[in-house]
Design a protein around this ligand. Structure first.
Ligand SMILES: Cc1cc2nc3c(=O)[nH]c(=O)nc-3n(C[C@H](O)[C@H](O)[C@H](O)COP(=O)(O)OP(=O)(O)OC[C@H]3O[C@@H](n4cnc5c(N)ncnc54)[C@H](O)[C@@H]3O)c2cc1C
Length: 459
């Protein structure tokens, strides 16, 4: 059986459903295909459930610090993991159902459940059914990478997806991977009450960040009792009585970390190897990411790739921005480009790290004169009042244009405050705009003018 549509969308992650809504509203007939859970990674195994779990972990952490805030507590907070998981399931499940219901309620939209595979550049098969369209949008996302570590076949391990089913407290969680996903789970489980060890192959955590940011995050995690092993060059897994051993070092003692559970958090790979892309002639790069141009069109006219699978971003907001670019350009004759966007994201540890624009390493390569300032959160009144003084605010600007080049805000509210600087960058406004604005007291944001008053030549 063959059916024709104006557009076929593969995947219901962060771009597909919004695209379906826009196309349907424009009177186009749309087929949208999902092989697993509606809403994709963010809704089911990524942002929403992890940030919900982080909220539980934060509450437990603050409760343990009760005496510091002046309320009586015996300090013995125990976390009921079944209830923590039930809260997470409820919030994540609500989003999952809402994505499905809104798609099923769309006019002109046919929802198909199953695995989609290209048959040609204009045909996609789902089971026995073949769908045709002149426009096809790939939004298939990615999944946790499982590298061929020694012993991986013999030892059970968790990923961000299977972590979602955990309703008990691992006695000792060993996390392989010291980047964003690993650090968020690490702090969360330490606060739930597990022993946590984070093992990182490189010489520092979150290696894409500036060294002072990596160092400050390491200190924050270690202060909570998380063990961190860096420079773990020879990672291997083995079973041990009642647990697991992760080999970390070829030549240094102790050579292995003993734990009860392993979480692999060593990166993501795109879901592109089982899509039949070769039958459509769609090109991928060496790592399997679909190659796209600045408007997210693949090398095949009529086929676009959005979200994590195109390698142009690995966040919900980049996937959603991909949708906005494609929809505006196709429906409104827009002129939007991927290269127009400014890098921004957060690490949702506590305190969080909000990032926008260049890191110090980028500023060094910038080739123009820059100014920079760094200011400790311990001097920010709001942070002191909240008892959350870890971290710092760091901003770099172009010395001549006075425009913001980049910022890292590691501190309470950093994930929100960063947007002031981000929006200033989009407006191409000089930093003096923030200095002349009146801000609300007491907030972290009100300190941005103070930080900017300390700008000095970048070294
Ligand atoms: C633990 C974790 C925490 C995260 N936290 C954040 C965060 O706080 N903020 C943030 O911005 N980002 C976060 N991310 C990243 C974010 O989840 C992803 O960037 C985002 O979900 C990507 O969206 P997407 O639309 O590209 O793909 P996805 O959301 O992965 O959706 C792809 C969909 O396509 C379906 N699919 C795949 N292949 C096929 C096929 N052949 N046929 C039919 N359907 C198919 C999949 O089942 C899936 O539903 C996190 C990720 C993880 C793993």
């Amino acid at each position: 059986m063959a059916r024709h549509f104006d557009a076929i969308i593969i995947g219901t992650g962060q771009a597909g459903p919004s695209l379906a809504k826009r196309f349907s509203a424009a009177g186009m007939s749309v087929a949208i295909i999902e092989r697993n859970k509606f809403g994709g990674t963010c809704v089911n195994t990524g942002c929403i459930p992890t940030k919900t779990l982080i909220a539980s972990a934060y509450a437990a952490h603050v409760a343990r610090r009760g005496t510091e805030y002046g309320f009586v507590s015996d300090g013995n907070v125990r976390v009921d993991m079944k209830r923590v998981k039930a809260r997470k399931d409820e919030i994540s499940g609500r989003s999952n159902r809402s994505v499905e219901q809104s798609l099923r309620g769309l006019k002109n939209c046919t929802v198909i459940e199953g695995h989609a595979r290209f048959q040609s550049s204009s045909a996609v098969a789902v089971g026995d059914e073949v769908l045709h369209a002149d426009k096809i949008f790939i939004n298939v996302g990615g999944r946790a990478a499982v590298p061929p570590l020694d012993g991986i076949a013999e030892v059970p391990f968790l990923t961000n997806s299977s972590m979602m089913e955990v309703d008990f407290l691992p006695e000792h969680l060993v996390i392989v991977g010291g980047s964003y996903v690993g650090l968020e789970f690490g702090q969360m489980y330490r606060r739930f009450g597990s022993e946590v060890t984070i093992i990182e192959m490189g010489p520092r955590l979150i290696a894409r960040e500036d060294e002072d940011v990596s160092e400050a995050v390491r200190e924050i995690l270690e202060a909570e009792g998380i063990q961190i092993r860096l420079n773990a060059k020879c990672i291997s897994l083995a079973k041990r009585d009642g647990g697991v051993a992760v080999g970390v070092q070829c030549d240094e003692d102790p050579p292995e970390v003993l734990g009860t559970h392993i979480l692999l958090a060593v990166g993501r790979i795109p879901n592109t190897s089982d899509l039949g892309l070769e039958l459509a002639g769609v090109a991928t790069d060496q790592r399997g990411y679909i190659v796209v141009d600045d408007e997210l069109l693949t090398n095949v006219p009529g086929i676009w790739a959005l979200g994590d699978c195109n390698g142009r971003g690995a966040f919900t907001h980049t996937a959603y921005n991909d949708y906005e670019i494609v929809a505006d350009n196709l429906l409104n004759a827009g002129q939007r480009r991927v290269s127009d966007r400014i890098q921004t994201y957060a690490l949702f540890t506590d305190p969080p790290l909000g990032r926008c624009g260049m890191t110090d390493a980028d500023v060094r390569k910038y080739g123009r004169e820059a100014l920079a300032a760094k200011y400790p959160m311990s001097s920010v009144t709001r942070a002191v009042e909240k008892g959350e003084t870890q971290g710092f605010i760091k901003i770099a600007v172009d010395a001549e244009t006075k425009q913001i080049l980049g910022a890292s805000i590691l501190g309470t509210g950093g994930d929100e405050v960063i947007h002031i600087l981000l929006d200033l960058m989009y407006a191409k406004a000089p930093y003096t705009t923030v200095q002349r604005a009146m801000h609300i007291h007491p907030t972290v944001s009100e300190f941005l003018p103070t930080v900017l008053s300390k700008l000095e030549p970048f070294v």
